[in-house]
Design a protein around this ligand. Sequence first.
Ligand code: SAH
Length: 243
Amino acid sequence: MNKLYVVGIGPGEYEQMTIKAINALKESEVIIGYTVYVDLIKDHFGDKEFLTTPMKKEVDRCMLAFEEAQKGKNVSLVCSGDSGIYGMAGLILEIGQKYECVEVEIIPGITAASSGAAVLGAPLIHDFAVISLSDLLTPMEKIEKRLQCAAEADFGICLYNPSSKKRFDYLQKACDIVLKFASEDTVCGVVRNIGREGEAIEVMSLKELRDKEVDMFTTVYIGNSQTKNINGKMVTPRGYKNV
Ligand code: SAH
């Protein structure tokens, strides 16, 4: 049976890909993905055929992957981070209902929440909620409700897609919702370009985060009420006594 791997390639650097992901890519004749992700891995898989599609062409990209696999090739569709977290794994399985002769295998990857957390310190060590601020596929009211519930329950919060050119004030709006339940001194952090050139972190208060400009290559962390800034690292205590 023809094989279609849906591969999470991690945040960017080769060392943060799993061996299973590397093996799937090695076994594939064709690697398909959004241009930025293909560029991240191209140098390590020089002998492959690469097919790229622009952003927002997700359905086309999935169809292309199935069409190539149907030709009798092993194909990998690559996503950044984990393909099952704001990635293509779900869409592939939905579209796959029409392509019974192609076997799909999902290969997990390190998602931005954990790769970014490692750079910041240990912000997510306790219960946390992951929320995307993109309202392309989710109504804004639902995003706001989720932010409100997570803040009310004192979850640590990790925000994906915190901003874009059209949505420049979304992070500010999100912080305003959280500020209804959390102190303005709540420790927060941002990580840009995790595992890529120009990786940078900043730890700040929730009040400062509200006025921070971020871009779509950034993951944002809002601590819970216990989160501390320890020498520039964002640390949420696990609850051990006597430290
Ligand atoms: N499937 C991906 C998430 C895709 S959504 C994953 O599991 O990581 C895109 C959002 O993820 C970005 O807007 C950003 O918030 C976050 N992100 C993904 N890769 C990142 C990186 N290398 N550095 C910083 N943020 C990243």
